[in-house]
Design a protein around this ligand. Structure first.
Ligand code: ATP
Length: 434
């Protein structure tokens, strides 16, 4: 059964995945800090995305562009004019809502007042700040609301310096900022978040094939990392739902505790972005195809995912409660590539004759695995704790280990235990952990 919303929020706080930002000052709404375990999980999600999108591919390279970009970028991209949500305010309680997210537009969901909404007005979602000491309009810049534009404005730099030929992609992972009207559902919708975006440039006549290709690739990624097939769906936008620049969009939705909601959008953005930047900057961003002797703006297929949102979905998906010998067990069945710790090293007691060699063993394993040495509480409770944070293998060093030079390795999912000699342990782990 899927965990409730509160279950995941509680687990996140209790075990150190996610904390409310500025908590000791009462908390800053819709901003979150990732704790030690959340940081590991988030980094693993990002690393796996990068591995599949860049490292394992001959045709994609990466960039890391600035969060602060020229205001002209956002004028050219259309964000200054149209990156808005339709906002209404309840005249009674003064709460504000996105009208497109309201189920019933005749009644305020906060105070219950009827027909109390103002007319919708367009609210721009970009955060503003100023560059330099003078807070004047001409010094105003936006914090980027997406990582994609940082790719488009570097298209020619990257193509030229890397000597790339179509088709090729440019990937980026980084923070984005949106002044969301209705943030919420924990880290699902926040005002500061992380994205994983890739722009794949191709010939216009091949765009539709690449669009289909990337839908399949992204599906493979989620399922390969263990997301349950029943909880992910790929939903094609209707014609009237499409953004003005898009010739096709598929949303990757996850079945969150409150229902289906978006994890990623895969879009055929046509040549909209490169054309806009060519027009506004005066730089010719067309591609020259030598063989065909023609110049054109490439089409772009964009898989745009949220790193923080996807991390949240993997956490929910991995959460299981089960009964073991009359006791409740919580286990995070995270893929070992995503689990915060791959290993826990547990000396059976706090006695130095066990903690000393256990620490020595841990030190030998640390170059290859993220691990934790845990000495507090009974061994049963330590197993439970590592089940709950998703550690695939616990290695216990006990009194027999001193003489037989072997340890007990416990599997998180099956709870089966193997006695493995310390000499053979590296080989044993290589077979089971990537
Ligand atoms: P939504 O409809 O949920 O506002 P969007 O369609 O505007 O999202 P995109 O602009 O396509 O989102 O951004 C790509 C991805 O970035 C989204 O699928 C999501 O995973 C992530 N994302 C967007 N906004 C937020 C946010 N406020 N908090 C967390 N992640 C976000």
């Amino acid at each position: 059964m899927a965990p409730s919303f509160d279950t995941i929020v509680n687990l996140s706080k209790r075990r150190g995945f996610v904390f409310q930002s500025s908590e000791i000052y009462g908390g800053l709404r819709s901003a979150y800090d990732y704790g030690p375990l959340g940081t590991l999980l988030l980094n693993n999600v990002k690393r796996e995305w990068w591995r599949s999108m860049v490292q394992l591919r001959p045709d994609v390279v990466g960039v890391d562009s600035a969060i602060l970009q020229s205001r002209s970028v956002w004028q050219a991209s259309g964000h200054e004019e149209v990156f808005t949500d339709p906002l209404v305010e309840c005249k009674n309680c003064h709460n504000r809502f996105r009208i497109d997210k309201l189920e019933d537009t005749s009644k305020c969901p906060n105070c219950g007042e009827r027909d109390s909404f103002t007319d919708p007005r367009a609210f721009n979602l970009m955060f503003r700040t100023h560059m330099g000491p003078v807070e004047a309009e001409e010094n105003m810049v936006y914090l980027r609301p997406e990582t994609a534009q940082g790719i488009f404005i570097n298209y020619e730099n990257v193509r030229r310096t890397q000597r790339l030929k179509l088709p090729f992609g440019i990937a980026q992972i980084g923070k984005s900022f949106r002044n969301e009207i209705t943030p919420g559902q924990f880290v699902f919708r926040t005002r500061e978040f992380e994205q994983m975006e890739m722009e794949f440039f191709c010939r216009p006549d091949e765009a539709d094939d690449w669009f289909r290709y990337w839908i399949e690739e992204r599906k493979r990624w989620y399922l390969d990392l263990g997301m349950s097939e029943d909880n992910v769906r790929f939903r094609e936008h209707d014609q009237d739902e499409l953004s003005h620049y898009s010739a096709g969009t598929v949303d990757v939705d996850y079945r969150f505790p409150w229902g289906w909601d978006e994890l990623e959008g895969i879009a055929n953005r046509t040549d909209f972005d490169l054309r806009q930047h060519s027009d506004h900057s005066g730089e010719d961003l067309r591609y020259f195809d030598q063989e065909a002797d023609e110049r054109f703006h490439p089409y772009v297929i964009e898989p745009a995912a949220g790193a923080t949102r996807t991390t949240y979905a993997f956490l929910i998906d991995a959460y299981h409660e089960e009964e073991v010998r009359g006791e409740q067990r919580v286990v995070l069945r995270l893929d070992p590539r995503l689990a915060p710790y791959q290993l826990a090293v547990l000396p059976l007691s706090k006695k130095p004759e066990l903690t000393g060699p256990a620490e020595e063993l841990a030190q030998q394993l640390r170059p290859n695995y993220m691990l934790e040495v845990d000495v507090t509480q009974s061994i049963g409770r330590r197993y439970r704790r590592h089940d709950e944070i998703g550690t695939p293998y616990c290695i216990t060093y006990d009194f027999d280990s001193i003489d037989d030079r072997a340890v007990t390795v416990r599997d998180r999912d099956t709870m089966e235990q193997d006695r493995v000699s310390i000499d053979r342990l590296p080989g044993y782990l290589v077979e089971r952990l990537p």
